[in-house]
Design a protein around this ligand. Structure first.
Ligand code: GTP
Ligand code: SPV
Ligand code: MN
Length: 593
């Protein structure tokens, strides 16, 4: 390991050691030998199970406490000096009070345990977009997952030794006591404290905590954006590559869209899809006035249930080696894993363990085998569709930004906003049905602007203003769209086939980004923006009943009057919002009359 010479780093690690009281300290250099030893320790202590070496080489199974299987929004806090900086959509606690509340919980929390120190980089090490964090943790699962999700070890220490700044991330699983679980962000101090959880989003502090909550705060200060977005590349048959970034709430289809496989006729025609990111984008304005994006992560923390060779074969292939599976169902027959929605020819285990760890038999069990939010943590380099641009850490120029959520009735399949400000309004008005990615009820419609409700680290009114301001600085901003793959028919079935077929919708969006647009004449202008006619969409080989197709390509004014009423109420929460948004809301209300 490289010697750490950055005094700020050494002082902070010492300070943490003094109140955490671990039995020893291990710096993570990221070497193969070190990580292998840690994996072996995880197996020896029973923290993880090594899976079938032939079928799933380098793969491990990990289970969390049944009360600790998803993000916990009620216990996620933005701790600033003044409440106005956290705004009305965050849980705010005064920062000194929050430190005082958590300090006693951390006191001695690592007694008898090893304290791991993980230097990590979000973004390719040393690249223009990259930022460094150091996570201190007592969890082997965190060490091994951070190794997959970020770039760790010596190359990062070298950057720190050159004087690079870092985010101080402190995690202890402590007693995994749900009553004393806190995930707290101190953006004024570049600090994150997480205690009493061992689940992904609460403890892999580079991800939502740093790359989004602290990241969005830094982005506002420094003039860039940190967003809950996938990034993908669409290569046309003529070889031209275009890039799209899309923000959908948790468990609403980012991983699936990022890895989509084109429908046969489009594949035959020569369309190719490459994946750059599936969850987080950092976006900066380039010298040419365009918006450039990188994926700051190094792996995918994806939803397992529903992943199969038809829905997302790229994701499935990505998880075949060096992957950690969390809260899935174990198949004891061949020491592999299973989840609801895996291939039909990979039947449910007859001799398995459900996500609670109880004996489970696919034939007779009523309970699910895998938790609905069971996940895989897999290296991005495994992904068959990974883009070369992913590795360079250079930003890709974004042509289209796409917002979307789960709405059974209201939102059309796709709608293009009229301009940047209107697009920001379209993002601000997003709402979506809640999913199993966070604790709490599932299927409840809630406002989730830009899919950032749980992830924006500051006042959301200021966040919207920052978006408006970013638009003003770009001479060639991306076009903004809204999509909805989740409209249902009278029988409650999804109308749109989704998954790979979503490329048809993306291609229409990209045609609208051409100057001049190649699709204008077959588009309907509505109060919400431009919706393609069915002639404008490529519907080759798709069979959707005429009335259902019409319903997802029109705007139902009565439903939208109700939406506007709900949005007004929601806007009322804010003591300040950009004038542009108030004006757009007013215009929409008038147009619906
Ligand atoms: P997070 O990792 O929580 O941020 O989720 P995500 O946005 O990456 O969602 P993901 O792609 O994992 O999809 C979540 C669920 O949505 C899965 O159960 C998918 O099967 C389902 N899903 C994804 N895309 C589509 C689609 O186009 N149509 C339908 N009907 N379901 C979809
Ligand atoms: C999400 O919930 O949006 C996720 C999973 O991507 S977590 O990392 O737990 O936040
Ligand atoms: Mn996510």
């Amino acid at each position: 390991m490289i010697e750490v010479t950055n005094k700020k780093v050494l002082d902070w690690v010492n300070e943490c050691k003094d109140f955490l009281k671990p039995k020893d300290i291990q710096w993570i250099d990221g070497s193969h030998a070190q990580l292998e030893a840690i994996r072996q320790l995880a197996v020896d202590t029973g923290e993880m199970v090594r899976l079938n070496e032939e079928k799933l080489p380098g793969c491990y199974y990990y289970k969390t406490d049944p009360k600790d299987t998803a993000r916990d929004e009620k216990r996620t806090v933005i701790a600033t000096t003044y409440e106005k900086d956290a705004g009305p959509t965050n849980n705010w606690v005064q920062k000194d009070e929050m430190y005082a509340r958590m300090k006693p919980l951390f006191e001695g929390a690592m007694e008898g345990r090893t304290m791991y120190v993980i230097p990590y980089s979000m973004g390719a090490v040393g690249s223009d977009f990259a930022k460094i964090g150091i996570e201190i943790t007592d969890s082997i699962y965190v060490v091994l997952s951070m190794n997959i999700m970020t770039r760790i070890g010596d190359p990062v220490i070298a950057q720190l030794n050159k004087g690079a700044d870092f985010i101080k991330c402190l995690h202890s699983k402590a007693k995994v006591d749900a009553e004393n679980k806190w995930i707290a962000h101190f953006p004024e101090d570049n600090t994150i404290w997480s205690i009493n959880s061992a689940y992904g989003g609460n403890v892999l502090l580079g991800k939502k905590c740093f790359a989004l909550r602290i990241g969005s705060w830094l982005g506002r200060k420094e003039g860039w954006l940190a967003e809950h977005m996938l990034i993908l590349c669409i290569e046309a048959p003529n070889g031209v590559k275009k890039y799209v970034a899309a923000a959908f709430p948790s468990a609403c289809g980012k991983t699936n869209l990022a890895m989509l496989i084109p429908p046969k006729h489009l594949k035959d025609a020569g369309y190719k899809i490459y994946t750059i990111g599936d969850d987080i984008a950092w976006l900066r304005i380039g010298d040419d006035g365009r918006l450039y994006a990188v994926n700051p992560e190094n792996g995918f923390f994806g939803v397992a249930p529903g992943t199969n060779s038809k829905s997302n074969n790229n994701a499935l292939m990505t998880t075949k080696k060096n992957t950690i599976y969390t809260n899935v169902c174990r198949n004891l027959d061949d020491n592999t894993v299973w989840w609801e929605g895996l291939e039909k020819d990979i039947p449910a285990p007859t001799n398995g363990l459900d996500w609670h760890g109880n004996p489970w038999n696919g034939q007779t069990a009523k309970e699910r085998g895998a938790h609905p939010n069971s996940r895989f943590t897999a290296p991005a380099e495994n992904c068959p569709s990974i883009a070369p641009e992913f590795f360079t850490g250079k930003g890709v120029p974004i042509s289209a930004i796409i917002f979307g959520g789960r709405r059974a009735k209201s939102e059309p399949l796709i709608c293009q906003s009229k301009n940047w400000e209107h697009g920001v309004f379209i993002g601000s008005k997003m709402s979506s049905e809640t999913t199993a990615a966070a604790n709490g009820a599932v299927g409840v419609v809630r406002h989730d602007p830009m899919a950032m409700l749980p992830f924006c680290g500051y006042h959301m009114g200021d966040y919207f203003q920052h978006w408006i301001d970013m638009g003003k600085k770009m001479t060639n901003p991306p076009k903004i769209f809204n999509v909805n793959w989740f409209r249902t028919n009278k029988a409650g079935k999804f109308i749109w086939p989704g998954f790979g077929d979503n490329l048809r919708v993306l291609l229409w969006a990209l045609s609208r980004c051409e100057e001049p647009s190649t699709a204008t004449e077959t588009t309907t202008e509505t109060p919400l923006g431009f919706i393609p006619t069915k002639e404008a969409l490529d519907l080759t080989d798709i069979n959707i009943p005429e009335d259902e197709l019409n319903s997802i390509l029109t705007l139902d004014k009565e439903i939208w009057k109700e939406e506007v009423a709900g949005l007004k109420q929601w806007y009322d929460k804010f003591d300040h919002l950009p004038d542009e948004l108030i004006e757009e809301l007013h215009k929409l209300e008038e147009a619906l009359k």
